[in-house]
Design a binder for this molecule. Structure first.
Ligand code: NIG
Ligand code: FE
Length: 405
């Protein structure tokens, strides 16, 4: 008998998510490739076999009878590296003060920038590491991380380097996004700051970031400014991402299409033309229902309209001091219960399509022979439990690159 590192046996449901290796749309988002009473073999960190009656000599055997086995969650939009916390803002929200008003008063992002600038790389590392540990425990095996709480050359670079260390030292796979354009720092005007981003920061991102993002929003960065920054980022090999049409429709989704972004994120207020452009160009729409939840908004992104219109949808936590959750299971619950996504759609959106939103679908996002053995085992008999049994951690075992954590 051939020997392998690990075999997971008799999963009540094994979700392979087998399918086309590009962002999935419409009906494709309902196909989880469910196998019943199935086993999976892992060797050297990769999936080597999937089937009913596997016969291997394995170092470790996990009996998954009665359990759900699926790819680890991918969280494609986080601001996980920050210092301080903003729990006190809840009282402002309860008093009806809007998010943008808190920011105008110098709070919000600016409060976190102050704390983050003061924090040493080691402090940021240990605080972020703890968040990544929690993410892993809740089943996330790969995440994206944005800068954006430095807002000057020295501190943005500090954040990129912290992200690099996290990537090198933590079992979590982490891809890095440069979000220097998260806000305009108090000490500069917009033009000065944009010049600093383009001339001083972008040249330093080489080897430290894969994506460039902009908070494109009324009162933050305009369409023209966002376009300038994202095109400059492209010249440094950074693929564009964009915080688009979250509070006001400024045409962010249309811009994402024009410049060939890999994803457009938030999309609560996007125009029909913007959504059609995303569908036409198969740009992943990353929806972040944790944000309207934390802002106590009635309105969530129109997920049904996106999916039915052919936009490949992904989900993410948006983990940041305004919306602090490490838990993709909670996001799936919000997606189903607040945005009318089906359980299957929400699962595709948090695994395969999420991998597409960070260009990693070749390696992760589905359980297929040759892909990374990033696997989670959940204490429930089928995938419909994910949005159903809520508020608890259903993840029992996390396998990261073949290692049982
Ligand atoms: O994606 N919208 C901009 N950035 C974050 C929030 C950051 C913050 O409030 O600290 C977001 O929601
Ligand atoms: Fe964000």
């Amino acid at each position: 008998m051939e020997s392998v590192d690990l075999v997971i046996t008799h999963a009540s449901e094994l979700l392979t998510l087998k399918g086309p290796q590009k962002p999935r749309v419409r009906q494709q988002m309902r196909n989880l490739g469910v196998l019943k009473d199935c086993s999976l073999a892992v060797h050297d960190g990769l999936i080597v076999d999937i089937g009913r009656n596997l016969r291997y000599q394995a170092d470790t055997v996990i009996d998954a009878a009665g359990k759900l086995v699926m790819p680890g969650f991918v969280d494609p939009h986080t601001h996980v590296v920050f210092a301080g916390s903003r729990e006190f803002e809840l009282n402002l929200k309860l008093a009806g003060v809007p998010y943008m008003e808190v920011l105008k008063r110098g709070g919000g992002i600016f409060y976190t920038v102050e704390k983050t600038r003061k924090a040493s790389p080691n402090q940021l590392l240990s605080q972020s590491k703890k968040r990544l540990d929690t993410m892993l425990r809740y089943g996330t095996t790969t995440c994206e991380a944005k800068t954006g709480y430095g807002l000057d050359v020295k501190n943005e670079l500090k954040l990129l380097k912290v992200q690099r260390s996290l990537y090198e030292t933590h079992p979590m796979d982490l891809v890095s996004t440069f979000l220097g354009a998260h806000a305009i720092p108090k000490e500069m005007d917009a033009e000065q700051y944009i010049t600093s981003i383009i001339e001083e920061m972008l040249p330093k991102t080489q080897g430290l970031a894969q994506f460039c993002d902009v908070f494109c929003e009324k009162g933050i960065f305009s369409i023209a400014q966002s376009k300038k920054i994202l095109l400059a980022g492209k010249r440094y090999g950074l693929q564009p991402k964009i915080h688009a049409d979250e509070i006001v429709n400024t045409g962010g989704a249309l811009l994402a299409s024009k410049i060939g972004a890999i994803s457009a994120d938030h999309l609560l207020q996007s125009s029909d033309a913007g959504l059609r452009a995303l569908a036409k160009n198969r740009i992943v729409g990353v929806l972040l229902p944790g944000t309207p939840f934390c802002l106590m908004m009635e309105h969530y992104a129109p997920a049904r309209k996106l999916i039915d219109g052919g936009v490949p949808v992904a989900l993410a936590t948006d983990l940041n001091p305004n919306c602090w959750t490490e838990n993709m299971q909670m996001i799936i619950q919000l997606a189903c219960l607040k945005m009318q996504m089906t359980p299957a759609e929400a699962i595709v959106a948090s695994t395969f399509n999420a991998a597409c939103a960070i260009g990693m679908q070749q390696y992760i996002g589905s359980l297929e022979v040759g892909k990374h053995a990033d696997i989670i085992i959940l204490d429930c008999p089928n995938h419909q439990f994910l949005p159903y049994h809520f508020g608890v951690n259903l993840v029992q075992t996390v396998v990261k690159r073949g290692v049982v954590l």
